[in-house]
Design a protein around this ligand. Structure first.
Ligand code: GLU
Length: 282
């Protein structure tokens, strides 16, 4: 088996130290096994993407010494594949249309005595799960476009017990409802992170998905999606996040910690990489 990993940044900014960590873990794991390291631009959200960042990210990666195999893939070229996956989930009855605005969800959660909680805050309360066909059609006629949400409870009845293997955490039992009924297709772009990443990891035959520990909850959703979409399951490696000198997790956009800024300040790439934490496998 060829070990194949990927680094999947969004071209919405230049790379910072947290990205360097994710790239290093994916790159080193592939190279240690004489495998392949791929680059994927996660650019489905066209409103946030800027053209210059594709090249900027690639320049930062090369400067850090991480060469990838083959041309970088852009998710914006793969929308048909995501659409097909969504259609399959629709046919299985595992997604439902949701017309709620962010504001409506917040109001509903605030009005609940006990709102369901996830690791990142309140979960979607399931409002549109109960929408019947007539109500849905009326909203469509009014010109409202729906998002599509995973019916996590229903998906569970199809799959039964699931686990995934993580090189640091060992075997992890999947909690399919951990993030609740997540959005799998946004109303504005027709897909969303969870669906696109699962479809592409399978398409690119990624054997080892490496990513920051902050995405551990997302992996529970991804295992569920792999199972219902008949996709192979990769091995996972959720790596530690980079913290600043005060022990606080780095903010995503911390200008001083942009790789390009450190480079301009005269740091060598070896000095930048020396700031990254070690990864100890289980
Ligand atoms: N694009 C995601 C991010 O930058 C990472 C994707 C993944 O590893 O699943 O956080």
């Amino acid at each position: 088996m060829t070990v194949r990993t990927r680094f999947a940044p969004s071209p919405t900014g230049r790379l910072h130290l947290g990205h360097a960590m994710a790239a290093k873990v994916a790159h080193d794991l592939a190279r240690e096994h004489t495998g392949e390291f791929l680059l994927r631009h996660e650019d489905i959200d066209a409103t946030r993407v800027r053209e210059a960042f594709y090249a900027g990210i690639e320049e930062d990666l090369r400067w850090l010494g991480f060469d990838w195999d083959g041309p970088a893939m852009r998710q914006s070229t793969r929308l048909t594949a995501y659409e097909m996956a969504l259609e399959r989930l629709q046919a299985l009855g595992l997604v439902y249309p949701c017309f709620c605005s962010r504001r409506e969800i917040e109001d509903e959660v605030a009005a609940m005595a006990v709102a369901p909680q996830g690791p990142e805050g309140p979960l979607y309360p399931g409002t549109c799960r109960a929408l019947d066909l007539t109500q849905g059609l009326r909203k469509l006629e009014n010109g409202q476009m729906p998002a599509w949400r995973l019916d996590a409870r229903k998906a569970l009845t199809l799959t039964g017990r699931l686990t995934f293997t993580d090189l640091r955490h060992g075997r992890v039992e999947v909690t399919p409802g951990l993030l609740g009924d997540v959005v799998l297709a946004r109303k504005d772009i027709g897909t969303a992170y969870h669906l696109a990443v699962v479809v592409d990891d399978a398409f690119q035959a990624i054997t080892h998905v490496t990513r920051g520990e902050d995405l551990l909850p997302a992996t529970h959703v991804h295992r569920l999606l792999q199972e219902v979409l008949d996709l192979p399951q990769p091995v996972y490696l959720h790596h530690p996040l980079v913290h600043d000198a005060q022990g606080k997790r780095l903010a995503k956009r911390h200008d001083a910690l942009a790789i390009a800024a450190m480079r301009e300040s005269g740091m060598t790439s070896a000095a930048v990489l020396a700031l990254l934490p070690d990864v100890r496998m289980a």
